[in-house]
Write a protein that binds this ligand. Structure first.
Ligand code: AMP
Length: 215
């Protein structure tokens, strides 16, 4: 089963993808994570992407499609993948079609997490993650059970994304509205879109997505 999780920043794509990885053995393909790894490693792609990401703008279609294409060539994606943060423009949606056809893969669903934009700045500006295993947390909605200790791996180090600040979030939302939302009709025409209420509690969203994948 191969799916796209689509929704603005803060909609819960990463949280729900993590559940699908744990529960179904699917592979999360987050182009944001791939770019952050490239930035951290100081690769040529990372050097090009760093300032663009810090400003909340979109990295070029060619760069992002290139890193995704390489990732899709690794064997583990055959277990089923979740695209998180890609495609983000109509050109990326077209590029994805070509990539999947070339690699003999297909999409089963495009799951849209519908959210109230007003809530997103609040959601995003409170989030942080474990520096060791990447488990996601939130200052108000999902604190570790033991203060300062990761529930998953026990690490006591946490980090926040530099682009999770109110100003950058507004740019990222504007980018979503202008460039990503317009790809929806393309997938609607293919009958792949299923919309889930992303404002519902995390467990409800998880259950709804499971129901779609099991249908
Ligand atoms: P995310 O982790 O998905 O919120 O992505 C963080 C940042 O990485 C975005 O604000 C963009 O600068 C960049 N990025 C991630 N995925 C893409 C993509 N598919 N196309 C262009 N830029 C991307």
């Amino acid at each position: 089963m191969n799916i796209i999780l689509l929704g603005p920043p803060g909609a819960g794509k990463g949280t729900q993808a993590a559940y699908l990885v744990d529960g179904r053995g699917m592979v999360q393909l987050s182009t944001g994570d791939m770019l952050r790894a490239a930035v951290a490693a100081g690769t040529p792609v990372g050097l090009q992407a760093k300032a663009i990401m810090a400003a909340g703008e979109l990295v070029s279609d060619a760069i992002v499609t290139g890193i995704l294409s390489e990732r899709l060539d690794q064997d583990d994606v055959r277990r089923g993948f979740i695209l998180d943060g890609y495609p983000r423009t109509p050109a990326q949606a077209a590029a994805l079609e070509a990539l999947l056809a070339e690699k003999g893969m297909h999409l089963d669903y495009v799951i849209v997490l519908a959210v109230d934009e007003e809530a997103l700045v609040d959601r995003i500006s409170g989030r942080f993650s474990c520096a060791k295993c990447g488990a996601g947390y939130h200052d108000r909605y999902k604190l570790p059970v033991r203060a300062g200790v990761c529930d998953v791996c026990g690490s006591t180090e946490f980090k926040r994304r530099p682009d999770d600040n109110a100003e950058t979030v507004r740019t990222r939302l504007a980018e979503y509205r202008a460039k990503t939302a317009p790809i929806l009709p393309f997938y609607e025409a293919k009958g792949l879109v299923r919309t889930v209420d992303g404002m519902a509690p995390i467990e409800d969203v998880k259950r709804e997505i499971a129901a779609i994948l099991d249908s």
